[in-house]
Design a binder for this molecule. Structure first.
Ligand code: NAG
Ligand code: NAG
Length: 459
């Protein structure tokens, strides 16, 4: 202690005399760049560029890291979190163009419902039906201060004062219910939508015609079961059942799927496990169609969401009957029927379902048998998505039995969103390997050039 006290008064003069000559030299040199009054020790005398130097260096580093992330790393994919993966995911085809087409061309009830689900899966996967937990606290989540994009787009097309959510649909009893999940979501903010959802449920359970086994008919003015209906009303009944904590309603949604399966599932022969498209009594207005329509099987499998075994039956049979189409590499419009053209709508929806199942039940579905197949189908479809966001050839969505495919299918565009979102979630949840881009199946240049007219039978 004594030593320190003694040294204090002595040391400073010594140091300052020693440092003096060199300090003068430095300051003389600094004057030209840094200005007359510059002193290292006094921050206020620094020129602006020097004061902000740390900011420039930080910006430079951020720029370099960003550049590295996007252009130098192999896939530009940031796998640190699910959210960062989604944000950096490369869908490899024009998925936003497809979204525009799905939204722009929707006019029918099921097109509104399907596109809403597809856009939710794409933009708000945490709230879509396939989310890890779409019901935190056993509740449909409140919307934030701004509605989800999909709901903003759709809500004005949901009727709030009618028997069903889409009263201008006079053909189908179940298609308007495809708007039911959106109505419940919007209904968390505005009661009229929840009341409309209640009426839609009442219509389905009390008024809609029933098939002989008490399955709810897909048609209003005939009793017919269509595989399409599985994507239209059971998900709504289940979702509304969770919201109302109405367990009976949940059970009814499963029972309805079972009743449909009892009638539509093909029990023997090479297409065993697939679903017929339409079954109903014969008659003048009958639209019966016993063929395993590709898109219909997609509607059925995708709509079942979590009934793994039955979905597995359909996927197994779709894979087993996949003969590479007419060398398009796509599934045929009627599965296992060699005279039909390959088309993208059913293929995309069944591919989306495969990816969803790989995430929901990896021990069964995250196997090469399913994933290699899905990757190949996806790559084949992706190679066909054009600059406008359409993927020809697609089945005519208003005439499933047409031998002419179309280019512009609104539901087909929605399926492209579902396929992209399902693949992305498979990658971002660590199930699918991001490096596995899939091989285009059986693609022949001549077929791809066939363009708008699509691939015709016998090509
Ligand atoms: C996304 O993937 C496609 C096909 O692999 C590639 O051509 C394209 O450059 C990629 N885009 C970006 C932004 O990395
Ligand atoms: C729907 O409800 C409104 C208001 O009650 C009514 O004016 C309209 O005619 C109804 N539309 C149909 C197709 O029933």
């Amino acid at each position: 202690m004594a030593e320190i006290r003694q040294r204090r008064p002595v040391a400073p003069p010594e140091q300052s005399t020693e440092a003096f000559p060199s300090a003068v030299e430095e300051e003389a040199e600094d004057e030209t760049i840094l200005g007359k009054d510059f002193k290292w020790s006094s921050w206020q005398t620094w020129p602006m560029w020097l004061r902000f130097a740390p900011a420039w260096i930080t910006l430079l580093i951020i720029g370099a890291v960003t550049y590295w992330d996007y252009h130098v790393t192999e896939y530009g994919l940031d796998m640190r979190t699910y959210e960062s993966c989604v944000a950096t995911f490369n869908y490899t085809y024009r998925i936003n163009a497809a979204r525009h087409q799905a939204e722009h061309h929707a006019v029918h009830s099921w097109e509104y419902g399907t596109t809403t689900e597809a856009v939710l899966e794409l933009v708000n996967p945490e709230r879509a039906v396939f989310a890890g937990n779409p019901f935190p606290n056993d509740e449909v989540e409140m919307q934030g201060w701004k509605l989800d994009q999909a709901l903003i787009w759709v809500y004005q097309n949901i009727a709030t004062h009618n028997e069903t959510l889409f009263p201008s649909d006079d053909f189908s009893a179940t298609d308007p219910a495809s708007l039911g999940i959106a109505a419940v979501m919007v209904g968390r903010r505005w009661d009229v939508y929840m009341e409309a959802a209640e009426r839609q449920k009442e219509y389905l359970l009390q008024s809609a015609p029933r098939y002989i086994n008490s399955a709810i008919s897909h048609r209003r003015h005939a009793t017919e079961l269509w595989s399409d209906a599985i994507s239209m009303f059971p998900p709504f009944l289940a979702y509304y059942g969770v919201h109302k904590k109405d367990f009976a309603l949940l059970k009814e949604s499963v029972r309805q799927i079972q009743l449909y399966r009892d009638v539509l599932s093909i029990s023997k022969g090479p297409t065993k496990g697939l679903w017929k498209h339409v079954v109903g009594p014969a008659g003048e207005k009958s639209m019966a169609d016993e063929g395993p329509w590709s898109t219909g099987n997609g509607w059925a499998a995708h709509g079942m969401a979590r009934l793994d075994r039955w979905i597995g039956e359909i996927l197994d049979a779709a894979i087993a009957t996949d003969d590479g189409g007419d060398e398009s590499g796509l599934l045929r419009n009627y599965l296992g029927q060699g005279s039909w053209f390959g088309e993208t709508s059913g293929t995309a929806l069944l591919t989306a379902t495969t990816y969803r199942m790989a995430v929901l039940n990896p021990s069964v579905f995250a196997q090469p048998k399913y994933l290699d197949w899905a990757h190949a189908k996806r790559a084949t479809i992706a190679a066909r998505v054009d600059d406008d966001g359409f993927a020809p050839p697609a089945v005519n969505p208003l005439k499933h039995s047409s031998r002419d495919s179309v280019r512009e299918s609104p539901e087909g565009a929605a399926f492209l969103l579902m396929m992209g979102a399902a693949w992305r979630d498979c990658v971002c949840k660590g199930i699918c390997d991001p490096a596995d881009q899939g091989q285009v199946d059986f693609a022949r240049p001549a077929l791809r050039e066939s363009g708008e007219s699509g691939v015709k039978e016998g090509l």
